[in-house]
Write a protein that binds this ligand. Structure first.
Ligand SMILES: Cc1ncc(COP(=O)(O)O)c(C=O)c1O
Length: 360
């Protein structure tokens, strides 16, 4: 489009469309929220380019968005990756990665414990599309090695993981995967890139539910994937077809939240450590699960791959379910709600088959 010289020659209906043409937001120190569904090309040549180039955000909002790309850039930097994409939810990020790299006839290895949505994808949804899964106890690298088949394409990792804070040896599993040309995917939501950088330990794709620590304020749903440029181009190609694209406002909230991630995680590490030590010595408590405790069976492994142990811990009360219920009813400040790993204190009260677990 050529420049508009005299906007006043047009009708009000036209002026309300073009009066702010050329208005720049370059000056703002806080990132703007780009709501625009499409970008403007200078000419036909540029339009042809943006309509076909991978990871190009100006063509259409399902291809990308500047606010979301900005968030992905910060996460990519923290994770030490090459490239990143933001998603509408952590689950959208996971699903898109699985759909990108798996096809009928492939085999995937997952952990016995994952975020429940990941486990369901692997054990109930992927098999419907001809992808077989083996679930292994993630505390032993050997279990992963033994599960490998000639058609294994992907290994899913998540560490630490709910409910018992098991740790997976990231480097140990990645060494095996690399030697057999298998991709690795790691959910780093619980650890955050402040405490753990899986790419440095050999992981190919790092996932976050930005709904949690990265957003940090209980007010957005989001996800991200970080990987090499080559893998990101493939993910991007699938992402525009899956359509789990974040709303720009949610990306903006996550971008605002992430600015304080370092400070929040540092405090959460310290608080969780102090609370677990307190609980460990409490007469009403029978077990505490926190990787920062020396009594955690995998503390040394956690120490070797994490620089802090996170803000989530689990403990078991001696009096079982009734004691747990009583405790929850008497807690004054923490919320009893579904979301963990964010800014506020929260409790989740869980009951498993033969024991009752409290999680703080
Ligand atoms: C560790 C972990 N991974 C993934 C997810 C899924 O993320 P979202 O709820 O943003 O889709 C969650 C959500 O609770 C989670 O806790």
């Amino acid at each position: 489009m050529t420049e508009i010289n005299d906007i006043n020659q047009y009708t009000a209906s036209t002026r309300l469309l073009y009066a702010d043409e050329g208005f720049s937001d370059e000056w703002s120190s806080s990132p703007p929220i780009h709501q625009s569904v499409s970008g403007i090309a200078k000419d036909a040549e540029e339009f042809a380019k943006i309509s076909s180039a991978p990871l190009e955000e100006r063509f259409y909002a399902r291809h990308g968005n500047p606010t979301s790309s900005r968030l992905a850039k910060v996460i990519t930097n923290l994770e030490g990756g090459e490239c990143g994409i933001a998603f509408a939810a952590g689950q959208g990020a996971t699903t898109t990665a699985l759909m990108t790299f798996l096809k009928a006839g492939d085999h995937v290895i997952a952990q016995k414990n994952h975020y429940m949505g990941t486990s369901k994808m692997v054990t109930q949804i992927l098999p419907k599309y001809g992808v077989e899964a083996t679930v292994v106890d993630q505390r032993s690298v050997q279990n992963f090695e033994e599960a490998v088949r000639p058609n294994t394409k992907l290994i899913l990792l998540e560490t630490p993981v709910n409910p018992l804070m098991y740790i997976t040896d990231i480097k140990g599993v990645c060494d095996i995967a690399r030697s057999k040309n298998i991709l690795t995917f790691c959910d780093n939501t619980f650890a955050t890139p402040i405490n753990q950088r899986p790419i440095e330990q050999g992981v190919d794709i790092v996932m976050h539910s930005t709904t949690k620590y990265i957003g940090g304020h209980h007010d957005l749903l989001g996800g991200s994937l970080t990987a090499s440029r080559e893998l990101c181009e493939q993910i991007w190609d699938m992402s525009m077809n899956i359509g789990a694209i974040p709303a720009p406002f949610n990306s903006w909230l996550a971008l605002r939240g992430i600015r304080t991630l370092g400070l929040r995680v540092k405090q959460q590490n310290a608080s969780a450590q102090a609370i677990s030590e307190f609980l460990e010595n409490h007469t009403a408590v029978s077990q505490v699960f926190y990787p920062g405790l020396e009594t955690h069976p995998q503390h040394q492994l956690a120490k070797s791959q994490m620089s802090g142990f996170g803000g989530v811990l689990t403990f078991v009360l001696k009096g079982g379910y009734d004691a747990g219920r009583k405790f929850i009813e008497r807690v004054k400040l923490a919320h009893h709600c579904s979301i963990i790993e964010t800014g506020n204190n929260s409790f989740r009260f869980a009951q498993s088959k033969n024991r009752k677990i409290k999680q703080a």
